[in-house]
Design a protein around this ligand. Structure first.
Ligand code: ATP
Length: 459
C-alpha cells in the first residue's frame, strides 16, 4: 500500500509531474509545485470541471474573486472564531499532531464542534491507547484548538494589520457569497442559479501527510447554488448525482468511489455528504456536497449591513436564498487521477510502467519521433509533422535515444499516441502510430493523420 504511494511519488518527481516546493532549499513542508506534465493534467482537470459546471450549464456562471478579502468576511463566516483543528504535541519527539486523527486510529470519533475542554477530556480518557505515529511513545501535551487561517501582513504600515488582521482566504466560496449580489445585478441569472470558481486557498494544516492529499496551499473548485428554501433538498439530491457522474466521466472507477454522510452536522446545515476516493491509504474525501440553509447570506447580511435577500420578479416573494455547495480539491482529484492511471505490466519479462490517463487528461496528446536523429531528412520530416500537429494538440518532439526508450518515457508520461517517421516514410509518405495501451502499431498516411487524430480525440 505505502509501496504504491512511493511508486507514484517517485514517478511524479522522475517524470516532472510534482516537485516539493523550494527543493534546493531543503523543501517546504506541505507545499508542492506542479511540474511540466503535472500542470497539464491539473489544467485538464480544471477545464473538465469548468466545462461541466459552467460551459454546459445555462444556470451557472463563473467568477474569479481575489485571495485577499475584507477581514470582516472571515468573522462573518465563523472562520476567525471556529475554523480550528485540535492539536497536541508529542513530548518525546515534538511532532505536532491532529488529535482527531490520533483518536481515529483507535476508532474514537471526535466532533468538529467540540471545544477545547471537551476534546481534552476525550483525549485524556484515551491517551493510554494512543501512540505517536512518528516515535511510538504515548506522552502528549494537552490539546489546544489551532486556528487554520493563514494571517497575512497586508498593508503599508504594520499597524494596519495589527489592528485588524488580514488573511489569505481559507476557502474560495466566501468570494462567491460576497459577489452574489453583484452577479445578480449584472447578469440575467434568476434563482435557482449557481456561481462557480476555481482558485487557491490556504490553511495552516497541522499535520501534512500523504503527499499532495493535504497541503497548506491548494486549489479548490467550488460551486455555490442559490435556491428557494423549499427547493433546497430537491436541488441537493440533483447536485449529488451530478457531481458523482463528474468523477466517472474523469475515468475514475465507480468501485473506488463512495459516499460518506456526515453524522455531526454544524447547526445550520441540512445535510452533508462527502465523495470519497479509495487512495492507497484508504477512502478519503475528494469533495464535500453540503446543504447550507440560509446561513451564509444571512451572516453576510448581518455583518455587512447589506440586504442580500432575493425578490422573485414574478411572484414578488422576498426570501433569503438557501445555498447548496459542491467543494472539490484540484490536488486531490489530480492525486486520484494519478492513482487510477498508474499501471505496471509485464512485457517480455520486463515491467512496463504506464500512466493510463483518459485521453482528455493526458498531459501530452501526441509524441513525434524521427527514427534516428542523425538523418536530416527524417528529422526535418518529423519536425514538419510536429509543427502541424502542435497547432491542435499538446505535442512533444523527441529525437534522442532508442525508439524503445522513447516509448517507455512516453508511457510513463501517459502519452496516448507516438508517431514515428522512418525511412519508409520518405518513400510512402506514411508514419507508424503506436497506441499507448495496446502497444499496437499501425501505418497511417501523413495526409490522413489529422482526421485520424480528430477521430481518436473526439471520443
Ligand atoms: P479535510 O476533512 O480532509 O481536512 P475539509 O472537510 O476541511 O477536508 P473542505 O473545507 O470541505 O475540506 O474543502 C473542500 C475540498 O477542498 C476538500 O474536499 C478537498 O478536496 C479540498 N481541500 C481541503 N483542504 C485541503 C488541503 N489541506 N489540501 C488539499 N486539498 C484540500
Amino acid at each position: 500500500m505505502e509501496d504504491s504511494i512511493q511508486k507514484i511519488v517517485s514517478l511524479c518527481k522522475r517524470r516532472g509531474f510534482v516537485f516539493s516546493s523550494s527543493e534546493i532549499y531543503g523543501g517546504f513542508a506541505a507545499i508542492y509545485d506542479y511540474g511540466p506534465y503535472g500542470v497539464e493534467v491539473a489544467n485538464a482537470i480544471k477545464r473538465e470541471w469548468w466545462k461541466a459546471m459552467v460551459q454546459l450549464r445555462e444556470d451557472i456562471v463563473g467568477l474569479d474573486s481575489s485571495i485577499f478579502m475584507h477581514p470582516k468576511i472571515w468573522e462573518a463566516s465563523g472562520h476567525v472564531s471556529g475554523f480550528s483543528d485540535p492539536l497536541a504535541e508529542c513530548k518525546n519527539c515534538n511532532a505536532r499532531l491532529r488529535v482527531d486523527h490520533l483518536l481515529e486510529t483507535i476508532e474514537v470519533f471526535a466532533d468538529e464542534k467540540m471545544d477545547e475542554e471537551e476534546i481534552n477530556k476525550i483525549f485524556a480518557e484515551n491517551k493510554e491507547k494512543i501512540k505517536c505515529p512518528h516515535c511510538g511513545k504515548n506522552d502528549f501535551t494537552d490539546v489546544k484548538k489551532f486556528n487554520l487561517l493563514v494571517k497575512a501582513n497586508l498593508g503599508n504600515f504594520a499597524e494596519d494589520w495589527t489592528k485588524e488582521p488580514t488573511y489569505l482566504r481559507g476557502e474560495t466560496c466566501q468570494g462567491i457569497y460576497v459577489n452574489y449580489k453583484n452577479v445578480l445585478d449584472s447578469t440575467r441569472v434568476k434563482i435557482p442559479f449557481g456561481i462557480a470558481q476555481i482558485g487557491k486557498a490556504f490553511r495552516n494544516e497541522i499535520t501534512a501527510r500523504q503527499f499532495i492529499f493535504r497541503t497548506r496551499e491548494f486549489e479548490q473548485m467550488e460551486m455555490q447554488y442559490f435556491v428557494h428554501p423549499d427547493k433546497e433538498m430537491e436541488e441537493y439530491e440533483k447536485l449529488k448525482d451530478f457531481r458523482w457522474r463528474f468523477y466517472l466521466d474523469l475515468g475514475i472507477k465507480e468501485e473506488n468511489l463512495r459516499w460518506l454522510q456526515h453524522e455531526n452536522l454544524v447547526f445550520y446545515a441540512k445535510e452533508a455528504y462527502d465523495i470519497e476516493y479509495q487512495f492507497p491509504f484508504g477512502f478519503k474525501e475528494l469533495e464535500g456536497i453540503h446543504a447550507r440553509s440560509d446561513y451564509d447570506l444571512s451572516q453576510h447580511t448581518k455583518f455587512s449591513g447589506q440586504d442580500l435577500s432575493y425578490t422573485d420578479q414574478v411572484s414578488k416573494e422576498n426570501y433569503m436564498p438557501h445555498i447548496i455547495e459542491s467543494s472539490a480539491g484540484v490536488g486531490r482529484t489530480f492525486f486520484a487521477v494519478l492513482c487510477e492511471a498508474y499501471t505496471e505490466e509485464e512485457v517480455k519479462g520486463e515491467t512496463r510502467v504506464v500512466m493510463k490517463f483518459p485521453k482528455k487528461l493526458a498531459p501530452i496528446k501526441i509524441a513525434v519521433f524521427p527514427l534516428v536523429k542523425n538523418k536530416p531528412e527524417l528529422v526535418d520530416k518529423a519536425r514538419e509533422l510536429y509543427n502541424k500537429l502542435k497547432m491542435s494538440y499538446m505535442c512533444e518532439f523527441d529525437s534522442s535515444g532508442s525508439i524503445g526508450r522513447r516509448y517507455r518515457r512516453q508511457d510513463e508520461i501517459g502519452t496516448p499516441y507516438c508517431v514515428t517517421v522512418d525511412f519508409d516514410s520518405l518513400e510512402a509518405d506514411d508514419v507508424t502510430v503506436r497506441d499507448r495501451d495496446s502497444m499496437k502499431q499501425e501505418r497511417i498516411k501523413i495526409e490522413e493523420l489529422e482526421t485520424y487524430f480528430q477521430e481518436k480525440y473526439s471520443k
